[in-house]
Design a protein around this ligand. Structure first.
Ligand code: DWN
Length: 413
């Protein structure tokens, strides 16, 4: 697993800490989750006794454009380029989401589809079933190879202006570009969105999906804050980021995945697509709610500590009733466990269906990750579902094995 290299860290608070969208100096804290390991840097047994890289996890609010963001602390090639542990196809609910997206009737059926950060090819294969010519771009070698071995042609690379230029020079022109859960993962918006803009000429469309900042605030989803997520977008800040880089948002669709997300569709600013009324309706609703007020956004700062107290109370009570096993070694689970200071003394193991995670340990918390087949031997009195966004799917699997187990998951407050 990729562990952080200290040389990637820049000193927080230095004048280099500027908004990655508008360039303004950053000085307002959104929340402070302390020093944390990289959420997806799962450890092998022989790494447990070795030094582990911890970095500040303190997202800031830009007082100019309101983008909530982490200063660039860890280089993307440390986070994503080697053996990335997240395979999106491990969730049936996510696969169903991809199936629904690819078969939407208002979509052009067929043509060239480019997916950026295509992970294990789950979405690409669904579009191929709908007669699209698919191509993925995925920087993580292990995940890219998995996608290619399972029928999804994939370039193993980071996407940006340079790769976009090479694709256009080879006369590749996508009708639709898809980027699900990647715009938040990009430290250099100019390079990433500049590359997307190049791919759109003259009439291409791009669909971005990302978890909504408004849902993060409303649901207290502070555990979705980790170093892979450089930015936390509202529709307002996403529209601003795209317009600053030559694109225009023409449609949006709220989604119930990952705790409440949105799919924003955009085109090149010169393309003639009409903007659907839902875009301006949503922007007005965010303004009315305070999402364009940095002071409102900064009020979130106390949420994590309040929930930590309630979570530890609930876990301590459950632990008195018997063993607790975790389910779903999600990146958000790493943030939750490490911020709450929970380790193997509280949670004896975490079940996960992802082969790349099994036999490893949660970063920081050092809780072993076991296979679903081993779950049956644990006979827990409680199960802590770490990816609360898949709680229904996971609870059904838990109760097949441990019908009397108490299910616990965020929110605890
Ligand atoms: O932004 C990101 C989101 C989209 O996905 C990435 N940076 C990383 C990842 O975040 P995450 O790890 O919090 O995502 P999930 O999908 O909440 O993680 C679920 C975990 O639970 C996976 O490791 C798979 C596992 N799982 C399982 O073992 N059995 C999930 C389900 C539904 C199951 O039945």
């Amino acid at each position: 697993m990729a562990a952080g290299r200290l040389r990637d860290v820049i000193v927080e608070g230095s004048p280099a800490i500027r908004c990655r969208n508008c360039g303004s100096p950053l000085g307002l804290v959104f929340c402070d989750l302390g020093m944390q390991p990289l959420a997806n840097a799962y450890l092998a047994e022989d790494q447990l006794g070795l030094p582990e890289a911890y970095y500040p996890l303190r997202p800031m609010v830009c007082e100019e454009c309101c983008l909530v963001q982490l200063p660039r602390l860890v280089a993307p090639d440390t986070l994503f380029a080697q053996d990335y542990a997240y395979f999106s196809g491990q969730s049936e609910q996510w696969v169903e989401h991809c199936r629904e997206f690819a078969s939407e009737k208002d979509r052009l059926t067929g043509g060239n589809l480019l997916e950026i950060a295509s992970n294990d090819g789950t979405l690409l294969r669904e579009f191929a079933r709908n007669k699209w010519q698919i191509l993925g771009v995925e920087p993580a070698e292990n995940v890219s190879w998995f996608a290619q071995l399972h029928g999804a042609p994939t370039l193993t690379a980071f996407f940006g202006i340079e790769l976009a230029g090479r694709l256009r020079a080879s006369n590749y022109a996508p009708h639709l570009v898809v980027a699900t859960n990647v715009m938040a993962h990009v430290p250099d918006l100019d390079d990433f969105l500049g590359g997307v803009r190049i791919m759109l000429e003259p009439t291409g469309l791009v669909a971005f999906e990302f978890p909504l900042l408004g849902e993060l605030i409303k649901g207290g989803h502070w555990d979705t804050i980790y170093h892979e997520h450089f930015s936390y977008f509202s529709v307002t800040t996403a529209v601003d980021a795209l317009e600053r880089r030559g694109m225009r948002v023409v449609d949006l669709k709220p989604l119930d995945v990952h705790g409440g997300s949105v799919r924003v569709t955009a085109c090149a600013d010169r393309a003639g697509y009409a903007r659907q009324p839902i875009v301006d309706t949503w922007l007005q609703a965010e303004q009315d709610r305070g999402m364009t007020d940095p002071a409102y956004l900064a009020e979130f700062a106390e949420s994590p500590a309040v929930e930590k107290v309630a979570a530890l109370e609930a876990l301590t009570k459950a632990r008195r009733d018997g063993p607790i096993v975790g389910y779903g070694a999600a990146a958000k689970g790493s943030t939750f466990l490490n911020f709450c200071g929970v380790g193997p003394e509280m949670i004896s193991a975490v079940v996960d269906s992802t082969p790349a995670k099994q036999g490893h340990y949660i970063p920081g918390a050092h809780i072993p990750i076991i296979r679903p087949e081993e779950f049956e031997r644990t006979s827990p009195s409680s199960v802590l579902v770490l990816p609360w966004n898949w709680a229904d799917e996971i609870s059904a699997k838990v109760w097949k094995v441990a019908p009397d187990a108490q299910i616990l998951h965020r929110p605890f407050a």
